[in-house]
Design a protein around this ligand. Structure first.
Ligand SMILES: [Zn+2]
Length: 609
């Protein structure tokens, strides 16, 4: 619904505060007509953690599923010795392996190779991206969405690393630590030593060091486990595998689980890091990588499922009663049918978050652009969040899609408005793509073939026209006074475009940059001050993972709420970078789980652990 007023979205403004910037004005500027309060939802309140109960219609199917399909384990008997605790968590680990064995969640790994910068320390010099489905059955395995890319990538790596590190960039390598040991997690293969008690977030844990017994074989878990003290489930694993077979290499990993269904903690985030930047060290390998797992509740993609999932009923509402559709109406209904099909299919493939609170924030921003430009479209513009990291936007019909990674790195609401305005411009200019997807047969493909079957790239002429229109929209919007921030963001993007090719490689829409050159909204790129690392109050772009959190069970997305963190050096800024995960753990039902709020705080994943 379009409202007659615009509002700045408080949630984003709070995050700007976190970046230690000068007063972020929470009020619309005075020059624009501002009728008194409207019915526009105030997104920040809606996004409170307890608000799992959003829109009942939307929520019913997803929310009902966990409790119904997976029964919680019987309560654990109270252990009296640490030996009994060890027996309990071994048993619980086997229970988890069993419960998840028919799941095929989405798994994404985004990796940044690091090189030393005298001023900024280790900075990304190159990046890699993997996306696939994790089969958690007999042996954990994965199927990749990016077949072409993966091949080139492996060919290149084999050229570079074959001799020494054959396995390490196999995408599967980053998912190993979903379990400590898929097959032999027991007392015959491991020694367990109790260390201490420790809180992770709200959850009290018992901490154990785990070492493989001598001669227990290659690739055994070596490191530390955190076990929650009620159900005795493992909630975090930190370490590596040992010993490595000849000519291969195991990463260090820090693996976190969330209590998303009663009685079970499911693997959600894995951080990996290698490299030594101390004086005199020679790095054979230096990188940091985030692996995210989501979509546990996705249907196990049978063709029958896909057929029943295609929804075409909603398109009938549009035409006036008792009248035949005019040619124009027919065209619009057709386009909406294509739009609905695509949105439905991407959601089923685990690539799109269900409609949720975060969309209210995005729609508020779109609404601000529409109201101040007197745009009145036949149907309201909708927004959805693509769950992946690469920075991309696209639109299909009247739906604007923006990736989680892009929302994460945008420094402020004006920059968000700028990237959304480009897609709004496509819609306003009638650059409709994808009407071919109104044919339902085009939705019948396996999930891992999504990128081969769907695409929404515009021709260069439409891109240019959309950019021009977007700038007009922005100049006539409440964001007109803040376009300097957009210019600064574009400069930061340009500064990193050469190194972050994988992050800037889009899979469905047009890229923001190509060949190391930013090509989106270039008319704004000269605005604002020069990029200056030494200015601590100049935040041009944020690290990945700081804004959007995803519930790995039902894929719901919401805005992260982080407390302001002071930036004390240029190294704290970390624009576009991956950081360790530090989710605030909580038990199921005790407020929503709090995934993905990595902080810039200490990285406990030290190699010495
Ligand atoms: Zn475009």
């Amino acid at each position: 619904m379009r409202t007659s007023n615009f509002v700045f979205t408080a949630a984003l403004l709070i995050s700007i505060g976190a970046a230690a910037q000068q007063p972020a004005d929470a009020k619309p500027s005075a020059q624009t007509p501002a009728p008194p309060a409207t019915e526009t939802a105030q997104p920040s309140q809606q996004a409170a953690p307890a608000s799992a109960q959003t829109d009942p219609a939307q929520q019913a199917p997803a929310a009902a599923a966990p409790g119904n399909t997976i029964a919680p384990p019987p309560p654990a008997p109270a252990p009296t010795t640490m030996d009994q605790v060890v027996n309990l968590f071994i048993e619980r680990e086997h229970g988890l392996i069993k419960v998840l064995s028919n799941r095929t969640p989405v798994v994404e790994t985004y990796l940044q190779n690091l090189s030393a910068d005298p001023q900024l320390g280790p900075v990304p010099s190159e990046d890699h991206y993997f996306l696939g489905r994790l089969d958690m059955g007999e042996t954990v395995d994965r199927k990749d969405y990016l077949k072409e890319e993966e091949k080139t990538m492996q060919t290149r790596l084999l050229g570079g690393f074959q001799k020494l590190y054959k396995v390490q960039y196999q995408p599967m390598g980053f998912s190993w630590m979903v379990y400590a040991d898929r097959t032999d997690f027991d007392r015959e293969h491991y020694d367990f030593h109790y260390v201490r008690r420790e809180f992770l977030g709200e959850v009290r844990c018992l901490v154990f060091d785990v070492t493989p017994k001598p001669k227990s074989g290659h690739g055994r878990f070596l490191g530390r486990l955190w076990v929650e003290d009620q159900g005795f489930n493992i909630v975090r694993l930190n370490g590596t595998y040992y010993p490595a077979p000849r000519n291969s290499y195991f990463f260090h990993m820090d693996s976190w689980r969330l209590n998303l269904i009663p009685g079970y903690w499911v693997p959600a985030f894995i951080y990996s890091e290698e490299g030594d930047f101390s004086a005199g060290a020679k790095n054979k390998l230096a990188f940091k990588a985030q692996t995210r797992i989501w979509g546990y509740d996705l249907k196990k993609g049978g063709k029958d499922d896909e057929l029943t999932n295609i929804r075409v009923d909603s398109v009938t509402d549009e035409s006036a009663a008792q009248q035949d559709a005019s040619p124009l109406q027919a065209e619009r209904v057709w386009q909406q049918q294509a739009e609905d099909n695509v949105i439905e299919r991407l959601t089923a493939a685990g690539l799109l978050a269900p409609e949720g609170d975060i969309d209210r924030i995005l729609q508020t921003v779109v609404n601000n652009l529409e109201v101040t430009n007197n745009i009145d479209l036949p149907r309201p513009v909708r927004t959805r969040v693509l769950l992946t990291s690469p920075l991309e936007t696209f639109s299909v019909g009247n739906t604007i899609v923006i990736s989680r990674g892009l929302v994460d790195v945008l420094p402020d609401e004006a920059s968000l408005a700028a990237v959304l305005s480009h897609e709004l411009a496509h819609i306003v200019l009638g650059h409709n793509l994808g009407s071919k997807y109104a044919f339902n047969d085009r939705m019948l493909f396996s999930d891992d073939a999504t990128y081969q079957n769907l695409g929404f790239k515009h021709i260069p002429e439409e891109e240019t026209a959309a950019d021009k229109k977007a700038v007009d929209l922005l100049k006539n919007s409440p964001y007109a006074q803040k376009l300097d921030n957009v210019g600064l963001f574009l400069k930061a993007l340009q500064a990193h475009a050469g190194a972050l090719n994988a992050l800037l490689t889009t899979h469905l829409g047009n890229p923001l940059a190509a060949g190391g050159q930013v090509n989106r909204l270039t008319a704004l790129s000269t605005l604002g001050p020069a990029l200056d690392n030494n200015k601590l109050d100049q935040i041009a772009a944020l690290p990945l993972g700081g804004r959007v959190k995803i519930n790995p069970w039902d894929d719901k997305a919401e805005m992260v709420k982080t407390a302001p963190v002071n930036i004390t050096s240029a190294r704290d800024k970390m624009p576009f970078e991956v950081t360790p995960f530090f989710p605030r753990l909580s038990r199921y039902g005790a407020g929503a789980a709090q995934p993905a709020a990595p902080t810039t705080a200490a990285n406990n994943n030290g190699t010495g652990n």
